[in-house]
Design a protein around this ligand. Structure first.
Ligand code: CA
Ligand code: CA
Length: 169
């Protein structure tokens, strides 16, 4: 009488272990996955050319973060979302900007005209935000919980050396 429950328990345990191992194997080591429609698709952390943070004639706008709505059904308003780097520099999306399913926005440095149609928001800050050697990108929901986090280094994550790293397809 005791054999059946023991086998059933062992079988259930092995299924659980296999599932856990499969999940661990699928996740990239640097990624932390949160339940969020908005994720960081990628970062052009090193603007092409020599870094020049002058507001006029500089290239800060060529440094950008792409945030994409990965939900198949939900439209998400960027208003209230917050982006932070490793040292605590912060940008808050203060205006309404709808991201339909599959839609994205590029958060660029420098000054410019925000445009929903052109998928762009400017930080209105001509200093570079994402360190070229390495940094951590934090995306927070309006209520303050984590949406997405990615730590990168130039040497480990940008194998083709073009200054861009993709995190989510
Ligand atoms: Ca940079
Ligand atoms: Ca690259």
């Amino acid at each position: 009488m005791t054999i059946r429950p023991t086998l059933a328990a062992a079988s259930a345990l092995s299924v659980t272990v296999v599932a856990a191992v499969a999940l661990l194997g699928a996740a990239p080591a640097y990624a932390t996955e949160y339940s969020s429609a908005l994720k960081v698709r990628g970062v052009q952390y090193d603007a092409p050319g020599r870094d020049d943070n002058r507001c006029s004639g500089g290239n800060t706008a060529q440094e950008y973060l792409t945030i994409k709505n990965y939900s198949r059904t939900a439209t998400v308003n960027l208003k209230g979302y917050v982006v932070k780097d490793a040292t605590g520099n912060t940008f808050t999306f203060t205006k309404s900007h709808s991201l339909q399913p599959g839609d994205y926005v590029r958060l660029r440095g420098g000054r410019g005209t925000d445009s929903d149609a052109k998928n762009v928001v400017y930080r209105n800050n001509c200093n570079f935000l994402w360190n070229n050697a390495g940094d951590t990108i934090y995306l927070y929901k309006p209520a303050g919980s984590h949406a997405d986090t990615h730590k990168y280094t130039k040497s480990a994550n940008d194998r083709d050396g073009n200054g861009y790293i993709g995190f989510h397809a």
